[in-house]
Structures are given as C-alpha cells and as structure tokens.
Write a protein that binds this ligand. Structure first.
Ligand code: HEC
Ligand code: HEC
Ligand code: HEC
Ligand code: HEC
Ligand code: HEC
Length: 179
C-alpha cells in the first residue's frame, strides 16, 4: 500500500515537473530563435528570392501598407507556375490544392505574443530592410527565425535609431508596443 502511494506521489511529482516544462515552453511563444518548421510545400526562398531575384514585396506586398507582411495567396504562385513547364512533387501538390480551391496550410515561423503591437509598414517607412530583422532569407531553403524577438531586441534597435545616428529617436514608450 505505501509502495503504491509512493509510486502515485512520484508520478504526480513527475506530472507537475512535466506541466511546468510545458508551461515554460508555451510562455516562450514568439521567442524561438532558430525555429525552422517544415512546410506543407517545400517552398524555397533561396530559389525564388535568391537565384530568381523575385523581390520580397512581390509576395509580401502587405508589408508596404499594413501591420502584416502576410503570406501570398496561391494565385500569386500561379502567376508563374500556371505558365512554367517545370513539374515536381511539390509543384504538383501546389496545383492540386489550387484546383481544389484549398488554401495552403503554411506553418507560422515568427510569432509575437498578442500583447505586443508590431507593424511592418512603420519599419518600411523608417527604411529598415527585411534582412535587419529576418536575416538573409534569400539564402534560406527553409525559413528560420534568426532574431530573438524579445523586448530587449526591439529596444536595442530603437535606442540605436535603427543604426542611423541622425534619424529621429525611435520610440521607447511602453504604450507604443503595449496597449
Ligand atoms: C514567390 C513568393 C515569395 C517571395 C519572393 C518571398 N517570399 Fe517570403 N514567404 C513566401 C511564402 C509562401 C512563405 C510561407 C512559407 C515559408 O515559410 O517558407 C514565406 C515566408 C516568409 C517568412 C516567414 C513567415 C513566418 O511564418 O513567420 C519570412 C520572414 C519571409 N517570408 C521573408 C521574406 C523576405 C525577406 C523575402 C525577400 C528576401 C521574401 N520573403 C521573398 C513567399 C515569398
Ligand atoms: C523591425 C523588424 C522587422 C522588419 C524590418 C521586417 N520584419 Fe517581418 N516580422 C517581424 C516580426 C517581429 C514578425 C512577427 C510578427 C507577429 O508575430 O505579429 C514578423 C513577421 C513576418 C512575416 C510573417 C507574417 C506576418 O506578416 O506576420 C513575414 C512574411 C515577414 N515578417 C516578412 C517580412 C518582409 C518581407 C520584410 C521586408 C519587406 C520584413 N518582414 C521586415 C519583424 C520585422
Ligand atoms: C516570379 C515567378 C514565381 C513565383 C511567383 C513563384 N514561383 Fe515557384 N518557381 C519559380 C521558378 C523559376 C522555379 C524554378 C523552376 C525550374 O527549376 O525550372 C520555381 C520552383 C518552384 C518549386 C520547385 C522546387 C523544386 O523542387 O525544384 C516549388 C515547390 C515552387 N516553386 C513553389 C512555389 C510556391 C508555393 C509559390 C507561391 C508562394 C511560388 N512557387 C511562386 C518561379 C516562381
Ligand atoms: C519597442 C517595443 C517595446 C517597448 C517600447 C516596450 N516593450 Fe515590453 N515587450 C516587447 C516585446 C516584443 C515583448 C515580448 C517578448 C518578450 O517577452 O521579451 C515584451 C514583453 C513585455 C512584458 C512581458 C515580459 C515577460 O517576461 O513575459 C512586460 C511586462 C513588458 N514588456 C513591459 C514593458 C514596459 C513596462 C515597457 C516600458 C518601460 C515596455 N514593455 C516597452 C516590446 C516592447
Ligand atoms: C532593426 C531595428 C528595429 C527593430 C529590431 C525594431 N524596430 Fe521598431 N522601429 C525602428 C525604427 C527606426 C522606427 C522608426 C522611428 C520612429 O518612427 O520612431 C521604429 C518604429 C516602431 C514603432 C512606431 C513608433 C512610433 O513612434 O509610432 C513601433 C510601435 C515599433 N517600432 C515597434 C517595434 C517592436 C514591437 C519591435 C520588436 C518586436 C521593433 N519595433 C523592432 C527600428 C526597429
């Protein structure tokens, strides 16, 4: 009986430890430097943005005017793949989804917590290039989160005025990033 109780107690302790670990990991949402999940279609930035020189904003046009850079709809892919001869397993997958009018379930790489306000267009206006925050995406066959996305990371660059000493000081007010 006591042995049985000890086993339950040990199990419970293990559960608490595991739950603690899971909670810590969940709390780290958005702070996953190095995160590079496999995608439903093996889309390569190296091939498209690197070798083929397709501009970032051709696909991520949202970044110009809005908070989100956005992921392009499949119609943008078909601008080229509707015409290109080249076929591969992943291009077949793309065409099948388009024919069935099903969206591609891309997995999000970068993920700030909901209590942070971040806006791409404000940074484009300040002439900060994509690479300052995302690294050399045009060399990646699979996108990886290169920056820590912590508050310290945001603040460090704001303190340095985006690297331009003559620029107006970027904002350090809590209320600009937290409502
Ligand atoms: C031909 C279209 C296309 C071009 C050009 C392109 N991208 Fe993308 N981008 C995508 C697609 C599709 C995804 C989603 C799949 C993935 O993560 O690989 C994506 C994902 C991303 C992500 C990760 C998004 C997330 O989930 O957090 C970043 C960052 C990114 N792109 C930056 C860039 C940058 C910087 C450039 C230019 C150097 C660029 N992209 C050029 C189509 C494109
Ligand atoms: C000042 C830093 C910074 C710059 C500059 C920047 N990004 Fe981002 N990007 C982020 C952060 C932070 C996120 C995560 C946003 C979130 O989770 O709400 C993100 C998310 C994304 C995503 C995921 C979808 C979305 O809109 O949330 C894509 C795609 C992306 N960026 C592409 C780009 C491209 C392309 C450029 C250049 C035109 C660019 N980014 C410039 C910091 C930046
Ligand atoms: C501006 C034109 C253009 C756009 C837009 C475009 N692609 Fe491509 N894509 C290409 C070219 C060029 C190749 C290389 C074809 C070759 O090797 O002959 C390619 C190759 C590919 C490949 C095959 C890689 C391999 O295994 O050989 C996949 C998968 C792919 N694209 C997916 C996409 C997806 C998904 C989108 C939309 C998010 C997209 N492409 C948008 C031009 C484009
Ligand atoms: C330039 C943008 C920015 C400014 C300014 C900013 N924060 Fe943050 N803050 C963030 C980001 C991004 C996160 C989420 C990532 C993290 O936890 O490091 C965050 C997270 C936090 C958290 C949660 C920390 C945790 O460990 O979960 C608190 C609390 C916080 N900020 C308070 C403040 C206060 C107080 C100020 C003003 C003195 C401030 N922030 C100014 C961007 C900012
Ligand atoms: C690589 C440099 C850099 C990084 C990293 C960066 N920012 Fe910025 N940010 C700037 C610059 C430069 C400006 C424009 C200066 C200005 O208008 O105050 C700006 C402007 C802003 C503004 C508008 C401020 C205003 O006064 O309206 C917000 C909000 C903001 N950033 C949030 C963030 C958050 C949140 C993060 C981190 C997730 C972040 N930034 C990371 C450089 C950066």
């Amino acid at each position: 009986m006591t042995r049985w109780r000890a086993a339950v107690a040990a199990g419970a302790t293990a559960c608490v430890l595991v739950a603690g670990f899971v909670c810590r990991e969940l709390a780290r949402v958005g702070v996953h430097q190095g995160y590079a999940p496999a995608q439903p279609i093996a889309f390569s930035h190296k091939l498209h943005a690197g070798d083929s020189h397709v501009p970032c904003l051709y696909c991520h046009f949202g970044a110009r005017t809005s908070r989100h850079a956005g992921i392009p709809p499949s119609a943008v892919c078909m601008n080229c793949h509707g015409l290109l001869q080249k076929q591969s397993e992943d291009i077949e997958k793309l065409k099948e989804l388009v024919a069935e009018r099903r969206p591609i379930a891309w997995i999000k790489v970068h993920n700030l917590p909901d209590f942070v306000y971040f806006n791409h267009s404000q940074h484009l206006l300040a002439a900060i290039d994509c690479q300052s925050c995302h690294g050399h995406v045009e060399r990646m066959t699979r996108v990886e989160q290169q920056s820590p996305l912590t508050m310290g990371w945001c603040i460090d660059c704001h303190r340095m005025r985006g690297g331009d000493p003559n620029a107006p000081a970027a904002n350090l007010d809590c209320g600009k990033c937290h409502y």
